[in-house]
Each structure stands twice: as structure tokens, then as C-alpha cells.
Design a protein around this ligand. Structure first.
Ligand SMILES: [Zn+2]
Length: 261
């Protein structure tokens, strides 16, 4: 388990760092299941030029003529996607956005809000970072929240942790080997140390899952108590903070709690 966790976390880290070798091969980062040819997103021929490594599900080699770079696959996939869209609908989205919910989650490549909720473009206003951590003084997150509350006047905020989170596991390991990441993860470390009683009697896997949940709940509480949410409520608006957790192995979202006052 640990080696899998470590490798997935190193993969996450290499995404963030742009690859230690300086040559960032996106093809190696794109993962898919052996039977995903049949999912409803695929045309069936999208991956005809890609060879999958059956041992781990990663793209092994891009079988394209000449020197076509792996990233060209993504441009091709975008072309295929755009060609299938309702042009009238896309044209309407040029006029502005009116999303139904705000979403904050981890940057993990296995959790994509539009995919897992099957939403259309324009439905979800998204913020993501490593470990879905909300700091009360983080201008990045607070800008997302402020715009969501004041300009988009959204009622529902989805705070989504996920099991198998490498960022959370790094806290349990206490050694990440990184500088920026180490500082960034401090809030999860604080959540862990201030909830020691929660972990008594749990095995390693259970501790990991519980810390994922507590971290999401902490981010949800910070959003709930933020001036942007509190001010919206003072003006008579209803705002609910839904704290969810995503089960990567099952593809399912579960609700942990809702804060609406
Ligand atoms: Zn994560």
C-alpha cells in the first residue's frame, strides 16, 4: 500500500513540479482503465493512436506518425469533443455564467467535478488545490468564494475531499521531501494533531480515510465562517456548505455534513 501511495504522491508531485527531468511527458500521466473505450465520453476511436500499458493502465506510447508530440493527443481529443457539442448551447455560454454551485476539491487527476457529476459546462464554479485545503487568509481561495457569493450569488458550496488523497497521506507519513508542499500541508497536520482521539484504534487505512474526512470538514467550516458567506446570510441569502467525500475506487460521492448557518 505504501509504495502505491508513495508512487501516486510522487506522480502528483511531478505534475506540480513539471517533472524533474525537464521533459514533461504528459502521455505518461494520462491513465485510463482497460475497458474505458466503451464509456459514453469516447467515440471509440479517440485512443486509436495510443498504446496502453496493461500492467498499470497508463498510456505507454503514442503511436502517431512523425514527431507528433503526446500533447497533440489532447488537442485532437478537444477537436473531437468540440465537434460533438451543441453549437447553439456553446454560443449561449458566451453571454456569461450562472453556475448552480461552487466546488472545491483536491487537484488530484482522478477527481474531475464535471466528469463525476456529469454536469454541463457552466454549471460548476471550480477551485482546486493540493489537498482541498482552505486557509482563512488565502487570497486565491477567498477570491473564488467572494466571486461566487457576491457576483454569482450561488447558494451551494461543495467541499469535496477524496479517499486515497496523497496530500493527506503525506501528513501521516510526516515526511514529504518537498518544501512548498510541506508548508502548504500544515493545516492538515494541525487537523491531525488536534483530533488525536479520532484515530485511536484505527488501522492505517482507516486513519487515512478519517483524516481525509476531517480535513474536508475543516475546509468546510472555514468557508462556513468566512466573511463572504456570513455577509451573504446577513443579507438574507441562503448559503449551504456541503462537505462531501469522493470514493475514488467506486466513483461515488458521499455527504459528510452540511453547514447552513
Ligand atoms: Zn488529494
Amino acid at each position: 500500500m505504501k509504495s502505491i501511495v508513495a508512487s501516486s504522491f510522487m506522480l502528483l508531485a511531478s505534475i506540480l513540479m513539471g517533472g524533474a527531468s525537464g521533459h514533461f511527458n504528459l502521455a505518461k500521466l494520462a491513465k485510463r482503465t482497460p475497458d474505458s473505450d466503451s464509456d459514453d465520453e469516447g467515440s471509440g476511436d479517440e485512443f486509436s493512436d495510443v498504446e496502453i500499458d496493461s500492467s498499470n493502465g497508463y498510456i505507454k506510447e503514442v503511436l502517431t506518425p512523425g514527431d507528433m508530440h503526446a500533447t497533440d493527443v489532447y488537442l485532437e481529443k478537444n477537436k473531437n469533443w468540440a465537434a460533438k457539442q451543441d453549437i447553439k448551447f456553446l454560443a449561449e455560454t458566451k453571454d456569461g455564467q450562472a453556475p448552480n454551485a461552487l466546488w472545491v476539491s483536491c487537484s488530484d487527476s482522478r477527481l474531475n467535478p464535471e466528469r463525476v457529476m456529469n454536469t454541463a459546462v457552466g454549471e460548476i464554479f471550480v477551485h482546486r488545490n493540493v489537498g482541498n485545503i482552505i486557509y482563512a487568509d488565502d487570497d486565491d481561495a477567498l477570491s473564488w468564494l467572494e466571486y461566487g457569493m457576491k457576483a454569482l450569488t450561488v447558494e451551494h458550496v461543495l467541499v469535496v475531499g477524496h479517499y486515497e488523497c496523497g496530500a493527506v497521506h503525506a501528513v501521516l507519513e510526516e515526511e514529504t521531501g518537498f518544501d512548498n508542499l510541506d508548508r502548504w500541508l500544515q493545516q492538515i497536520r494541525d487537523v491531525h494533531s488536534s483530533n488525536k482521539d479520532e484515530f485511536h484504534g484505527l488501522d492505517e487505512e482507516e486513519q487515512w480515510r478519517r483524516l481525509v474526512e476531517l480535513n474536508a470538514l475543516q475546509s468546510g467550516q472555514i468557508i462556513n465562517l468566512s466573511p463572504h458567506v456570513q455577509n451573504a446570510r446577513k443579507q438574507g441569502k441562503y448559503v449551504a456548505i456541503h462537505v462531501w467525500v469522493y470514493d475514488i475506487g467506486r466513483g461515488q460521492l458521499h455527504e459528510l455534513d452540511v453547514f447552513d448557518q
